[in-house]
Design a protein around this ligand. Structure first.
Ligand code: ATP
Ligand code: MG
Length: 372
């Protein structure tokens, strides 16, 4: 896990053009860099990282630590209370309490001419952190929260059905958060979609890719316009379910071909008629592949908040084409027999054809999204 995390961090620094070397010590990752702030911001986008801090590295002595604290205070302190949080591991002739006391004095002395500093260990306005390890000490004041989760690549890949709407990128992001690389698949709806719909999916995947720029970001675009026209002509109120079943079949074909272990979608219970628990059962019956639905229990408002946070919300503004194929009275409680009875026998053949006709498009991760 740590090796994968280190490799992913390196790939992210590369993508950000931040020079730096990743080292592993004491169960932590360190980036030696001339650009600590940018390196920390980059690190805070990497799955598996809980937090990242730009830090100064100094000798593990009380003098050197105090000097670094005084300098940091002169640069960042602007009044109010402060605290020194120190931790120490290894062989030193001082304790972490000594660091707190001596370091606190140094900060106080550095800023007392200009301000009236006071110490508040419980809820300070400024927190100065010091970590002392065997050969080095680290001084820092900022923490950028990372996404947590597991490093991407510690699970096998999943095919992610990405429409470019609000939901599907969030679902793919959540699968990545738990370590699974995603193979994004966009189904080109032909006359039911359109160029803007496709461009929206491409832009969405580029934003998704910014969260794991070290992965292979080829978007697979599978054409399903013709089968959709046939379903539109030949199937009545269960039409949407056959559309959904076709989508899962195409995803399954691509999963088999790419070595993926399952499928991720942005479905959520009850979000629309095709997503009632009954209809989800009917859709799943078409495939042996596990269909993962990370948004299953989330409300739309929660999904939107997440999409805003990960930067995929803005692209999701174009109307989704699916609505143009929906019947006036879509079935919400379709019995499987009725869906299968109304469904053209050619469905599996159409799915195979769509998967075989996939257009593979290389996607550039839009890492600028995360830069201040
Ligand atoms: P989203 O769910 O991403 O907001 P949407 O609302 O247009 O898009 P739904 O009709 O809710 O899509 O479809 C449910 C799920 O099916 C999507 O979350 C996505 O995983 C998948 N899906 C739908 N349309 C497409 C498409 N054109 N290409 C790839 N996947 C799709
Ligand atoms: Mg949706």
């Amino acid at each position: 896990m740590e090796e994968t995390l280190a490799a992913n961090l390196e790939a992210t620094l590369d993508a950000w053009d931040v020079p730096g070397r990743v080292e592993q010590h004491w169960g932590r990752l360190f980036v030696r860099t001339r650009e600590p702030e940018m390196a920390a911001r980059a690190a805070a986008t990497v799955f598996g990282i809980v937090s990242a801090s730009p830090a100064r590295t100094v000798e593990p002595t009380l003098d050197a630590i105090s000097e670094a604290l005084a300098e940091t205070a002169r640069a960042t302190y602007d009044g109010g209370s402060f605290a020194v949080d120190a931790s120490r591991a290894g062989d030193h002739d001082f304790t972490s309490q000594d660091v707190g006391r001596v370091g606190g004095d140094a900060i106080w002395t550095a800023v007392a001419d200009e301000f009236e500093p006071e110490v508040d260990l419980d809820d300070p306005d400024h927190r100065f952190e010091v970590e002392v390890r065997d050969g080095e000490a680290y001084v820092f004041t900022e923490r950028f929260d990372g996404p947590g989760g597991l490093p991407v690549g510690t699970q096998e890949p999943l095919v992610a059905l990405v429409s470019g709407g609000i939901d599907s990128p969030v679902a793919a992001w959540l699968a990545m958060k738990r370590g699974a690389p995603v193979i994004p698949v966009y189904l080109d709806l032909g006359p039911y979609g359109g160029a803007d719909h496709r461009a929206r999916a491409i832009e969405t995947v580029s934003r998704l890719a910014a969260h794991a720029p070290g992965q292979d970001w080829s978007l697979r675009i599978a054409p399903i316009g013709e089968p959709l026209e046939a379903l539109d002509d030949r199937v009545g109120d269960t039409r949407m379910l056959s559309v959904r079943r076709l989508m899962l079949m195409v995803a399954g074909e691509i999963a088999a071909e790419t070595g993926a272990r399952g499928i991720v979608t942005g479905e959520s219970i009850g979000q629309k008629s095709s997503q009632t628990v009954t209809n989800l059962q009917v859709t799943d019956r078409v495939t042996d592949w596990p269909v993962h639905r990370p948004l299953l229990a989330l409300d739309k408002q929660e999904i939107i908040a997440k999409a805003r946070k990960i930067g995929t919300y803005e692209t999701a503004t174009v109307d989704a084409g699916c609505n143009r194929i929906a019947p006036d009275q879509p079935e919400t409680q379709a019995p499987i027999e009725r869906v299968e009875g109304a469904e053209p026998d050619e469905l599996p053949a159409w799915a195979r054809q769509a998967a075989a006709a996939v257009d593979i498009q290389a996607i550039e991760p839009s890492v600028d999204l995360h830069k201040p």
